[in-house]
Design a protein around this ligand. Structure first.
Ligand SMILES: *[C@@H]1O[C@H](CO)[C@@H](O)[C@H](O)[C@H]1NC(C)=O
Ligand SMILES: *[C@@H]1O[C@H](CO)[C@@H](O)[C@H](O)[C@H]1NC(C)=O
Ligand SMILES: *[C@@H]1O[C@H](CO)[C@@H](O)[C@H](O)[C@H]1NC(C)=O
Ligand SMILES: *[C@@H]1O[C@H](CO)[C@@H](O)[C@H](O)[C@H]1NC(C)=O
Ligand SMILES: *[C@@H]1O[C@H](CO)[C@@H](O)[C@H](O)[C@H]1NC(C)=O
Length: 235
């Protein structure tokens, strides 16, 4: 019995289980992995709807503290640079650069609700898609479920564990700064145009263009090219 009790005590002492800690522990800036992805001025430039690409992928979250002098909820900012692959097409790696900010609040069950401010955006690069590179608005409300906790990593220092809406853990993030490095907590971009297409697969056009018309023109053009190609091969 004694070894078991000792093991249990050891487990409780080393494994952080205080998932409903005081929400103020999340205040600051946090970044995963090699910490190249960070919120603030080095990642997104909302006035230009553009990004500075970090050297490696990762996620970064910042949270401001509740300011007792002003009304309203405190702010969050997220910077994400992620790659995803598709099992059925393993050679098609999709890269997503995502930036969003807004206000956060804690629900009764301990989850944190992130309400976007409306000026977020993301760039998606999918070499296998018909539109291989485009920028779109991003304004999803997100839920950080299951609470959160901080712990001390022996080499990387103070770390924050958050969970996605479905309870799956996000990559642990390490403290960049105990005060949040964020872009100004206000509307930073007028959101009017739906999608900015930078490049379409195959045509080699790099110039920016704004798409306001509908997309049926693109497959029609592709079909015409195909018909011409087949037609000429029959000659
Ligand atoms: C990427 O790494 C290079 C070389 O270390 C460095 O000069 C550059 O500033 C880095 N870029 C970013 C966006 O951090
Ligand atoms: C994977 O690729 C297939 C074929 O293009 C597509 O139907 C499917 O939606 C993709 N899955 C994901 C998760 O992107
Ligand atoms: C963004 O989402 C929030 C929360 O759902 C909503 O209140 C707001 O109107 C949205 N803004 C835009 C520009 O869609
Ligand atoms: C917790 O509360 C939020 C807000 O009411 C809700 O959306 C969510 O489904 C609840 N459950 C979990 C596991 O977060
Ligand atoms: C949005 O548009 C208005 C009117 O043109 C302008 O005054 C304001 O500065 C713009 N805001 C941003 C964040 O670009």
């Amino acid at each position: 019995m004694a070894p078991f009790t000792f093991a249990l005590a050891f487990l409780l002492a080393t494994v952080p289980i205080c998932v409903h800690a005081d929400i103020s522990v999340i205040v600051g800036s946090w970044s995963s992995g090699s910490m190249n992805v960070q919120t603030g001025s080095g990642f997104a430039n909302p006035a230009q709807t553009s990004f500075t690409y970090p050297n490696t992928s990762g996620i970064s979250y910042s949270f401001s503290s509740q300011d007792s002098t002003t009304e309203g909820d405190p702010w969050y900012e997220i910077a994400r640079y992620r790659f995803t692959s598709n099992g059925s097409q393993p050679n098609c790696i999709t890269a997503v650069m995502n930036w969003v900010h807004g206000t956060y609040a804690q629900a009764d069950n301990g989850s944190i609700i992130l309400t976007p401010n409306g000026d977020g955006y993301q760039q998606i690069q999918d070499p296998c898609a018909a539109v291989s590179n485009f920028i779109e608005n991003y304004n999803d409300t997100e839920l950080l479920a299951n609470g959160y906790y901080t712990f001390t990593d022996p080499t990387l220092g103070l770390a924050l564990q958050l969970y996605a809406f479905d309870g799956s853990p996000l990559a642990p993030m390490y403290q960049v700064s105990s005060t949040p490095n964020m872009l100004p907590t206000q509307q930073l971009r007028n959101v009017t145009v739906a999608t900015q297409v930078i490049q379409r697969r195959g045509n080699g056009v790099q110039s920016s263009r704004r798409i306001l018309a509908n997309w049926t023109l693109v497959p029609t053009a592709a079909v015409v090219v195909l018909v011409l190609a087949v037609g000429s091969s029959l000659l």
